[in-house]
Ligand binder design. Structure first.
Ligand SMILES: Nc1nc2c(c(=O)[nH]1)N[C@H]1C(S)=C(S)[C@@H](COP(=O)(O)OP(=O)(O)OC[C@H]3O[C@@H](n4cnc5c(=O)[nH]c(N)nc54)[C@H](O)[C@@H]3O)O[C@H]1N2
Ligand SMILES: Nc1nc2c(c(=O)[nH]1)N[C@H]1C(S)=C(S)[C@@H](COP(=O)(O)OP(=O)(O)OC[C@H]3O[C@@H](n4cnc5c(=O)[nH]c(N)nc54)[C@H](O)[C@@H]3O)O[C@H]1N2
Ligand code: SF4
Ligand SMILES: [Mo]
Length: 698
């Protein structure tokens, strides 16, 4: 057989980079960036090569397994489906529908089969106990989008390729490769802003890779961003810098907003922030004066106690300066598979607060409850207690607050099933694991991340390798589970057929975009830069943007309470790493080899005060638990703040991850606390967790 070139989009993260893969005799020889992809233009990161490791990983499950007293035993799909249906039905018959919980992890949104076929199965389960990684991540963005633009996915993205001023808070796209901003190659894009005379400002408790690529970096104490943003909005009013432009007729409640921000003059909050009032005012003036500007905030802003307020205020800043829906500002993408348009056509906008979690009283969003409530819903007896769990593409033991507590909860369940490719920290508790195909074995069209593209593009990727007869795709698993849970039996359209069906109703049908056209463009198709679309794509009932929706206004009093609270001492934040992908790619040797990366970053001043030396083991303790890991002294972190990357903490036993087990690290989520949440949205808090440190003897 000769070398074969295969083009596909990487579905590991939001950047959806185009790849060129060389294959010979069923083996991947190389994975490179595709220079002809209109969005990624050749960009690639080290994880893409690991797609080949996941494909070939001997630890990966390819047939269903059942946990027995003597270890895991392979079973047939028929046996597995039967056991799952029986297990779930038995629990629901005895304890009610809500006794079955569901947790969906991050790769769900990177897998169109799961996106298309999962919902019917979950609907048939009829449980209110649904959870997903959303509430450990971007829930505050959805809340702001729902309350201001009328659909929870109407999240504007920075028009990075045309902006003159980018203010980045709590995001590190040079490592994460961008999030809620599908923008592969952010190093190149940020450089281009500066080359055309623009400016990049980063606000982050760490001097991150992105901060290094910016013109200006400010440190900020974790969890204080809402004060900075309020002071900036205050300054816009105070110094008459408002410039709504075309947005003027679309906004409402501007005077209510002005009154609400009156108490937050830069001079009032400066001392608390450690940023001078003059600097805050000047930043606001520069932002307002730039021909175009965009404020963007990601994980560092969402996963803090005031995530909701932060994401609302970012919208406000962009709107009041006329930068929403303007070239170079904050714009809405228009994807070929128009998920938002399709949902609006069905009258679906999203929902918030229709019910609350039983124990912690956290609000529902989009039919889901916050993950911070999952462990207590399993562990607290009473009506509505979760007694069986379905996990799909998730590893909550490592990814939700107080993972240790969840680990205990999972041991008490009557029944658990996981749809996953690995036996890991979470799935080791399952009774049955149903393993799907993954990565190179799946065809792919990105249903979600084109919604957040900084440019409109479309790309269909066929599977590189056929699935083996004994394997099943995620969508096939969900379809069969739905059949067993009461779906009207009968054939269903495959993902590819659903796409073929949807495109002729999509926004580019007029340009002749069909699946056939996509297939004949293996590098993807460029659909052009983002375009202004308001008020057409404003989905609120009155076609107005409320500048201060009531839930945000009400939450300001919780922020003000912070002013009375004593100094919490040392605060923990997280960090992402280029060669990690949340918790699940540490079984690829090429990604974990080298110096141990699960370290405690600490400023040398703090280290000296606490008698901690470089490399020394440090006991880190929070209200939730404690871990011990080596210190990494760096001036690239704010004094008073320490950082631990998440996704580590691999267990020594009970899993089938022979490489990851050798590079265990510790789990940051044994320190994060389910009781510390953004009470408004219910989102988990990973930034600003109070900790104490103690050096362990050398
Ligand atoms: N402390 C702290 N905690 C965090 C974060 C943080 O920054 N700090 N980040 C949060 C964020 S943003 C996120 S998104 C979550 C992620 O949280 P999770 O989604 O719970 O965790 P992942 O590590 O992404 O786990 C993915 C799982 O999917 C499986 N998998 C991989 N590919 C496939 C597939 O194709 N199909 C199926 N069915 N399964 C597959 C993997 O084996 C793994 O078990 O973590 C959150 N937790
Ligand atoms: N290599 C790699 N890429 C990834 C992932 C991965 O695990 N590895 N995960 C993917 C996922 S699921 C997601 S959601 C995205 C996330 O993408 P990003 O949000 O870009 O990634 P993070 O590194 O979490 O960036 C958060 C930043 O916020 C800072 N920060 C922490 N607390 C605060 C605070 O209180 N205020 C401010 N202003 N800043 C704060 C942190 O120091 C950090 O630099 O990345 C995706 N890409
Ligand atoms: S940046 Fe993301 S999409 Fe691009 S190659 Fe890396 S993992 Fe894949
Ligand atoms: Mo995420």
């Amino acid at each position: 057989m000769t070398d074969n070139l295969h083009y596909r989009a990487c579905n590991l993260c939001e950047a959806i980079c185009g790849l060129v893969i060389t294959v010979k005799d069923g083996e991947v020889l190389s994975v490179k960036g595709d220079p002809d992809d209109p969005l990624s233009k050749g960009h690639i990161c080290p994880k893409a090569v690991a797609l080949k490791d996941v494909y070939a990983d001997p630890d990966r499950l390819r047939t269903p397994v059942r946990r027995t007293a003597n270890g895991w035993e392979a079973i047939s799909w028929e046996e597995a489906f039967e056991a799952v249906a029986t297990g779930l039905q038995r629990v629901q018959e005895t304890h009610g529908k809500d006794a079955v919980g569901v947790y969906l992890g991050n790769p769900t949104v990177h897998n169109w089969g799961s996106m298309l076929f999962g919902p019917e199965f979950f609907r048939l389960l009829q449980t209110k106990n649904r959870f997903s990684a959303t509430s450990a991540d971007q829930l505050p963005h959805h809340l702001a989008a729902l309350l201001m633009y009328g659909h929870y996915l109407s999240i504007p993205v920075p028009d990075v390729d045309h902006t003159d001023f980018m203010l980045i808070l709590g995001a590190n796209p040079l490592v994460s490769n961008g999030s809620l901003m599908t923008a592969p190659g952010m190093d190149r894009r940020l450089k281009a802003i500066r080359q055309r005379g623009g400016k990049v400002v980063v606000v982050d408790p760490r001097y991150t890779e992105t901060a290094k690529a910016a013109d200006v970096h400010w440190y900020i104490k974790p969890g204080e961003d809402a004060f900075l943003l309020l002071a900036m909005v205050h300054t816009l009013f105070d110094e008459d810098l408002l410039n709504l432009g075309a947005l003027e007729p679309l906004v409402k409640n501007i005077t209510v907003l002005q009154t609400a921000v009156q108490g937050y003059a830069p001079e009032t909050v400066a001392a608390r922030l450690g940023i001078s009032a003059g600097d805050i005012r000047q930043l606001t003036r520069d932002f307002a004066a730039a021909p175009s500007a965009v404020c963007y905030g990601r994980m560092g802003l969402s996963t803090q106690a005031f995530g909701g307020l932060c994401q609302w205020l970012i919208q406000v800043l962009n709107i009041l300066t006329g930068n929403l829906d303007r070239r170079g500002g904050s714009m809405f993408a228009l994807p070929a598979f128009d998920l938002v348009g399709q949902q609006i056509a069905k009258g679906k906008h999203g929902s918030f607060g229709r019910w609350h979690s039983r124990v912690q009283q956290l609000p529902e969003f989009g039919g889901e409850l916050p993950v911070a409530a999952l462990a207590t819903e399993i562990l607290t007896p009473g009506k509505g207690q979760i007694r069986a769990l379905v996990t799909a593409a998730g590893n909550p033991v490592l990814s939700i607050p107080n993972g240790q507590l969840l680990d205990e909860g999972l041991q008490q369940l009557d029944f658990m099933v996981s749809i996953d490719i690995y036996i890991n920290e979470t799935t080791r508790h399952a009774d049955i694991i149903l393993p799907p195909t993954t990565g190179l074995e799946t065809d792919h069209y990105d249903m979600i991340f084109h919604v957040f593209g900084v440019r409109n593009t479309a790309r269909y990727s066929p599977a590189l390798f056929d699935r083996q007869p004994e394997q099943r795709h995620d969508w096939e698993i969900f379809l069969e589970l739905a059949n067993r849970m009461g779906r009207t039996p009968g054939p269903a359209m495959r993902p590819e057929q659903l796409l073929a069906y949807a495109l002729p109703f999509g926004p580019y049908a007029k340009d002749g975009l069909t699946l056939e056209v996509l297939k004949s463009h293996p590098h993807g198709i460029d659909l052009g830069p983002l375009q202004p679309c308001l008020p057409d794509r404003l989905f609120t009932a009155d076609k107005k943007i409320d500048l201060i929706p009531t839930p945000f206004a009400a939450d300001l009093s919780r922020l003000n309470d912070l002013l009375q609270q004593p100094d919490p001492g040392m605060l923990l934040i997280g960090r992402r790493q280029l060669r990690s992908n949340n918790s699940w790619m540490h079984n690829s040797y090429r990604l974990v080899k080298g110096r141990a990366r699960c370290t405690l970053m600490i400023h040398p001043e703090d280290a000296a005060r606490l008698h901690i030396a470089e490399g020394q083991e440090v006991q880190v303790e929070s209200a939730a638990g404690s871990v011990a890991l080596p210190a990494e002294l760096t001036t690239g972190i704010m004094p008073g703040v320490v950082s631990i990357p998440h996704g580590w903490g691999h267990r020594p036993t009970g899993m089938r991850l022979s490489v990851a087990e050798k590079y265990p690290g510790v789990s940051a989520n044994d320190l994060t606390d389910y009781r510390q949440v953004d009470k408004l949205s219910g989102n988990a808090v990973f930034s600003g967790v109070p900790v104490s440190l103690r050096p362990l003897s050398l």
